[in-house]
Design a protein around this ligand. Structure first.
Ligand code: MN
Length: 233
């Protein structure tokens, strides 16, 4: 195939303990997957999982020991952090069962589902799509991916987010409303999953705004730290 101009570089994420990169296909995100966050967003009970996407090139890959730079996006005065466990797939498929799911997983990382909350609130009110609130450039910072084989039991993982050294969010993977195999099964009923897909699995309570020069550090048990500083555009 001869392209009429050079295509942009393929989005990719660093891998812990490897010089290789994980090529990103799509970024799926789960809404309201922790009861305490669902409550703070005005929901109650176990609703079926719902999904949205970010463009693959919204990735901001931050390697171990690095501090990523997130330029404060335009059109918002309320840039929120949502710390999430990210599942990286090495295999896909359609209509997978929860039992099929484990074999699809390449590894795990900590990610931030950055959100223009004011635009999201407006979109909700008007019944409009969330793309502008969720899918802006660099809206998906993600730390290095740790291979699944290195992690004994992901359900024991705890994720946290500190801003300037102060704890803002804390959650346990065990407290997810929809577990990882169920999420993969649900997603694969709606889309054929592919190697390179990333799944942001939802955030615990404590979402809040960040401002210029704030330093976010996101962590997960046995996962690489993700450090991102918010800078002037
Ligand atoms: Mn989220």
């Amino acid at each position: 195939m001869r392209y009429v101009f050079a295509p942009p570089p393929h989005p990719a994420v660093r891998i812990v303990g490897s010089t290789g990169w994980f090529p990103v296909h799509r970024i799926y995100c789960v809404g309201r997957n922790y009861a305490d966050h669902a409550q703070e967003m005005g929901a109650s009970g176990r609703e079926p999982p719902f999904f949205f996407m970010k463009p693959a090139d919204a990735i901001l890959s931050v390697g171990e020991g690095e501090t990523g730079v997130l330029r404060y996006p335009g059109l918002t005065r309320e840039l929120h952090h949502e710390v999430e466990l990210v599942v990286a797939l090495r295999e896909g498929g359609a209509n997978l069962t929860p039992a099929d799911a484990a074999g699809c997983i390449y590894g795990y990382a900590v990610g931030l589902d950055m959100t223009r909350r004011d635009l999201q609130s407006e979109a909700k009110k008007l019944g409009r799509p969330w793309c502008i609130a969720k899918g802006f450039d660099r809206s998906a910072p993600v730390g290095g991916i740790t291979p699944a084989a290195w992690i004994e039991d992901i359900s024991k993982t705890e994720i946290t987010l500190d801003v300037n050294g102060v704890r803002r969010q804390q959650g346990r993977v065990a407290d997810m409303i929809w577990k990882i195999p169920e999420i993969i099964a649900h997603l694969s009923a709606a889309w054929e999953l592919k190697p390179g897909d990333l799944i942001f699995t939802g955030t615990p309570a404590g979402v809040a705004a960040v401002g210029l020069s704030d330093l976010m550090s996101a962590n997960g048990t046995d996962l690489a730290e993700l450090r991102v500083r918010v800078m002037r555009a």
